[in-house]
Design a binder for this molecule. Structure first.
Ligand SMILES: Cc1cc2nc3c(=O)[nH]c(=O)nc-3n(C[C@H](O)[C@H](O)[C@H](O)COP(=O)(O)O)c2cc1C
Length: 179
Protein backbone atom coordinates (compact mmCIF):
# COMPACT_ATOMS: atom_id res chain seq x y z
CA UNK A 1 0.00 0.00 0.00
CA UNK A 2 1.24 3.45 -0.85
CA UNK A 3 2.39 5.39 2.25
CA UNK A 4 0.05 8.38 2.06
CA UNK A 5 -2.89 6.12 1.31
CA UNK A 6 -2.02 4.00 4.38
CA UNK A 7 -1.81 7.10 6.59
CA UNK A 8 -5.19 8.42 5.43
CA UNK A 9 -7.11 5.13 5.45
CA UNK A 10 -5.85 3.64 8.76
CA UNK A 11 -8.58 3.66 11.40
CA UNK A 12 -8.73 2.25 14.91
CA UNK A 13 -10.19 -1.26 14.60
CA UNK A 14 -12.00 -2.71 17.62
CA UNK A 15 -13.67 -5.79 16.14
CA UNK A 16 -11.70 -8.75 14.82
CA UNK A 17 -12.29 -12.13 13.14
CA UNK A 18 -11.00 -15.37 14.73
CA UNK A 19 -8.13 -15.59 12.23
CA UNK A 20 -4.65 -15.45 13.74
CA UNK A 21 -1.93 -12.97 12.77
CA UNK A 22 1.02 -14.97 11.39
CA UNK A 23 4.54 -15.00 12.85
CA UNK A 24 5.78 -13.44 9.61
CA UNK A 25 3.26 -10.59 9.90
CA UNK A 26 4.17 -10.03 13.57
CA UNK A 27 7.83 -9.88 12.57
CA UNK A 28 7.16 -7.29 9.88
CA UNK A 29 5.05 -5.14 12.22
CA UNK A 30 7.71 -5.13 14.94
CA UNK A 31 10.43 -4.50 12.39
CA UNK A 32 8.51 -1.41 11.23
CA UNK A 33 8.43 -0.25 14.86
CA UNK A 34 12.18 -0.63 15.09
CA UNK A 35 12.62 1.62 12.05
CA UNK A 36 10.93 4.57 13.78
CA UNK A 37 12.98 7.69 14.46
CA UNK A 38 14.31 7.98 18.01
CA UNK A 39 16.23 10.67 19.87
CA UNK A 40 19.96 10.19 19.24
CA UNK A 41 18.94 6.94 17.52
CA UNK A 42 18.91 5.26 20.94
CA UNK A 43 16.05 2.91 19.91
CA UNK A 44 14.94 2.64 23.55
CA UNK A 45 12.11 0.17 22.92
CA UNK A 46 11.20 -3.43 23.74
CA UNK A 47 8.20 -5.33 22.36
CA UNK A 48 6.25 -8.04 24.19
CA UNK A 49 4.00 -10.21 22.02
CA UNK A 50 0.96 -11.28 24.03
CA UNK A 51 -1.01 -14.14 22.48
CA UNK A 52 -1.93 -16.37 25.42
CA UNK A 53 -5.69 -16.07 25.92
CA UNK A 54 -5.28 -16.02 29.70
CA UNK A 55 -2.88 -13.07 29.54
CA UNK A 56 -5.01 -11.23 26.97
CA UNK A 57 -8.18 -11.55 29.03
CA UNK A 58 -6.53 -9.90 32.02
CA UNK A 59 -6.11 -6.64 30.08
CA UNK A 60 -9.76 -5.46 30.04
CA UNK A 61 -9.97 -6.19 33.77
CA UNK A 62 -7.76 -3.18 34.57
CA UNK A 63 -8.08 -1.14 31.35
CA UNK A 64 -11.42 0.68 30.98
CA UNK A 65 -11.26 1.00 27.17
CA UNK A 66 -9.95 -2.40 26.16
CA UNK A 67 -12.92 -4.74 26.05
CA UNK A 68 -12.15 -5.63 22.41
CA UNK A 69 -9.08 -7.52 23.70
CA UNK A 70 -11.38 -10.31 24.89
CA UNK A 71 -11.99 -11.10 21.22
CA UNK A 72 -8.63 -10.16 19.72
CA UNK A 73 -5.89 -12.68 18.90
CA UNK A 74 -2.94 -10.48 19.73
CA UNK A 75 -1.63 -7.51 21.68
CA UNK A 76 1.87 -6.09 21.42
CA UNK A 77 3.11 -4.12 24.41
CA UNK A 78 5.55 -1.35 23.48
CA UNK A 79 7.85 -0.66 26.41
CA UNK A 80 10.52 1.99 26.91
CA UNK A 81 13.89 1.37 28.53
CA UNK A 82 14.71 4.25 30.87
CA UNK A 83 18.41 3.30 30.66
CA UNK A 84 18.32 4.23 26.98
CA UNK A 85 16.36 7.49 27.26
CA UNK A 86 18.30 10.29 25.51
CA UNK A 87 16.78 13.11 27.62
CA UNK A 88 13.81 13.29 29.96
CA UNK A 89 10.55 12.99 28.03
CA UNK A 90 11.99 11.46 24.89
CA UNK A 91 11.21 7.86 25.86
CA UNK A 92 7.47 8.17 25.32
CA UNK A 93 7.95 10.13 22.10
CA UNK A 94 10.32 7.52 20.67
CA UNK A 95 7.97 4.67 21.61
CA UNK A 96 4.98 6.62 20.26
CA UNK A 97 6.72 6.90 16.89
CA UNK A 98 7.29 3.13 16.97
CA UNK A 99 3.61 2.54 17.76
CA UNK A 100 2.50 4.66 14.80
CA UNK A 101 4.91 2.89 12.45
CA UNK A 102 3.56 -0.46 13.65
CA UNK A 103 -0.07 0.52 13.17
CA UNK A 104 0.62 1.75 9.65
CA UNK A 105 2.61 -1.40 8.83
CA UNK A 106 -0.24 -3.55 10.17
CA UNK A 107 -2.78 -1.63 8.08
CA UNK A 108 -0.69 -2.05 4.94
CA UNK A 109 -0.65 -5.83 5.62
CA UNK A 110 -4.46 -5.91 5.98
CA UNK A 111 -4.31 -6.13 9.78
CA UNK A 112 -6.42 -3.86 11.97
CA UNK A 113 -5.07 -2.25 15.11
CA UNK A 114 -5.99 -0.02 18.00
CA UNK A 115 -3.72 1.89 20.39
CA UNK A 116 -4.60 1.34 24.04
CA UNK A 117 -3.32 4.21 26.13
CA UNK A 118 -1.06 3.22 29.03
CA UNK A 119 1.65 5.88 29.62
CA UNK A 120 1.37 8.30 31.46
CA UNK A 121 -1.59 6.88 33.44
CA UNK A 122 -0.02 5.55 36.63
CA UNK A 123 -2.66 2.90 37.45
CA UNK A 124 -2.54 1.37 33.99
CA UNK A 125 1.27 1.45 33.99
CA UNK A 126 1.33 -0.39 37.32
CA UNK A 127 -1.17 -2.98 36.08
CA UNK A 128 0.79 -3.65 32.86
CA UNK A 129 4.05 -3.79 34.83
CA UNK A 130 2.52 -6.49 37.03
CA UNK A 131 0.93 -8.42 34.14
CA UNK A 132 4.15 -8.52 32.12
CA UNK A 133 6.50 -8.80 35.11
CA UNK A 134 8.46 -5.76 33.97
CA UNK A 135 11.53 -4.64 35.90
CA UNK A 136 11.44 -1.05 37.24
CA UNK A 137 13.64 0.39 34.48
CA UNK A 138 11.16 -0.73 31.78
CA UNK A 139 8.10 1.52 31.34
CA UNK A 140 4.99 0.26 29.55
CA UNK A 141 4.08 2.97 27.04
CA UNK A 142 1.27 1.49 24.95
CA UNK A 143 -0.59 -1.69 24.11
CA UNK A 144 -1.48 -2.31 20.47
CA UNK A 145 -4.43 -4.61 19.80
CA UNK A 146 -4.10 -6.41 16.48
CA UNK A 147 -6.19 -8.76 14.36
CA UNK A 148 -7.94 -9.26 11.05
CA UNK A 149 -10.62 -6.53 10.88
CA UNK A 150 -14.26 -7.47 11.20
CA UNK A 151 -15.30 -3.87 10.54
CA UNK A 152 -14.78 -1.53 7.63
CA UNK A 153 -14.31 2.15 8.38
CA UNK A 154 -14.44 5.04 5.96
CA UNK A 155 -11.95 7.89 5.89
CA UNK A 156 -13.26 10.95 7.73
CA UNK A 157 -12.49 14.51 6.63
CA UNK A 158 -9.83 15.78 9.03
CA UNK A 159 -7.77 18.41 7.31
CA UNK A 160 -8.33 21.70 9.14
CA UNK A 161 -7.03 24.68 7.17
CA UNK A 162 -7.89 26.90 10.17
CA UNK A 163 -5.18 25.10 12.20
CA UNK A 164 -2.38 26.00 9.79
CA UNK A 165 -0.60 29.36 10.14
CA UNK A 166 2.19 31.19 8.35
CA UNK A 167 5.48 32.00 10.00
CA UNK A 168 4.14 32.81 13.51
CA UNK A 169 1.21 32.35 15.87
CA UNK A 170 -1.87 34.29 14.71
CA UNK A 171 -3.33 37.16 16.80
CA UNK A 172 -6.08 37.65 17.76
CA UNK A 173 -5.93 34.02 18.95
CA UNK A 174 -8.10 31.57 17.00
CA UNK A 175 -10.97 29.77 18.71
CA UNK A 176 -9.90 26.15 19.29
CA UNK A 177 -12.95 24.38 20.68
CA UNK A 178 -12.68 20.65 21.36
CA UNK A 179 -13.75 18.45 18.49
C1 LIG B 1 -2.47 7.93 23.21
C2 LIG B 1 -3.70 7.21 22.68
C3 LIG B 1 -4.45 6.44 23.54
C4 LIG B 1 -5.57 5.76 23.06
N1 LIG B 1 -6.25 4.94 23.92
C5 LIG B 1 -7.28 4.21 23.45
C6 LIG B 1 -7.92 3.25 24.30
O1 LIG B 1 -7.53 3.07 25.44
N2 LIG B 1 -8.94 2.52 23.77
C7 LIG B 1 -9.38 2.69 22.48
O2 LIG B 1 -10.31 1.99 22.08
N3 LIG B 1 -8.79 3.59 21.66
C8 LIG B 1 -7.75 4.33 22.10
N4 LIG B 1 -7.09 5.20 21.26
C9 LIG B 1 -7.54 5.35 19.87
C10 LIG B 1 -8.27 6.68 19.62
O3 LIG B 1 -9.54 6.65 20.22
C11 LIG B 1 -8.36 6.90 18.10
O4 LIG B 1 -7.07 6.95 17.55
C12 LIG B 1 -9.12 8.19 17.75
O5 LIG B 1 -10.48 8.08 18.11
C13 LIG B 1 -9.05 8.51 16.25
O6 LIG B 1 -9.58 7.45 15.49
P1 LIG B 1 -8.71 6.69 14.36
O7 LIG B 1 -7.55 6.01 15.06
O8 LIG B 1 -9.66 5.69 13.76
O9 LIG B 1 -8.22 7.69 13.38
C14 LIG B 1 -5.96 5.89 21.71
C15 LIG B 1 -5.18 6.66 20.85
C16 LIG B 1 -4.05 7.29 21.32
C17 LIG B 1 -3.18 8.08 20.35
Amino acid sequence: METLQAILTRRSIRSFTDEPVSEEQIHRIIEAGMYAPSANNHQPWHFIVINEREQLNKIPVFHPYAKMVNKAPLVIAVCGDTRLEAAEGYLALDCGAAVQNMMLAAHSLGIGSCWLGVYPRKQRMEAVTELLELPRHILPIALIVLGIPRELKSTPKRFRPDRVYSNRWPYPEPETGRL
